[in-house]
Design a protein. Sequence first.
Length: 215
Amino acid sequence: MGIIYTAGPYRPGHGRTVADNIAVARKVAIELWRMGHFALCPHLNTANFEEDAELPDEYYLDGDLKALARCDAVVMLPTWTESEGAKGEHDYALARGIPIYYYPDLPGLHPVEVRYPEQTECFIANMFRGYRIYLKRNHDYSPANIKGTGTIGVVVRLWDKMARIMNLSGFELDINQSAFTEPKKAQSEPLEDAYLDLQNYANIGQVSYQGKWGR
């Protein structure tokens, strides 16, 4: 099951009302659900909020982009080019490598997810678990721990985790020789945590390389 975002006009225009636009989005979302996907339909998520919430459009648009970032694909609804918001969502997905489909073309279920459902669910769970750990630790350390040491600091942390994983897995690290031995039982944090830290430091390295760390 993929999480598929639907993008198209919401505001009235070109002879269509808000209700008309919601109805189109709802129809496509139902099609996606019937195919086995989870359809994320912002038209229904905030339907008619403008009548009571009194929030600027930018508030919803920014929230929609955050949701889109966590999706597996986006389906552009008919007449999406008539909406500035939908065009922004299209550009956002394009820049981040999120697959884009143009209705009536719809994404099928990914063969890896179909064949290995537990594997893919575990993969996703680990990614988001790592993200939550990153939030907690960055709150305590601040971005200064990486900004102060740069690439060298990232590499040292990555190697530290790799050495721990290799050692606990039975790869004996020695200055003079290397050999496989029996796996060892961790005495402090479990091996699983080392893998999560390795995942996070690899991501931190990417963020730093892209010039976004601490910004």
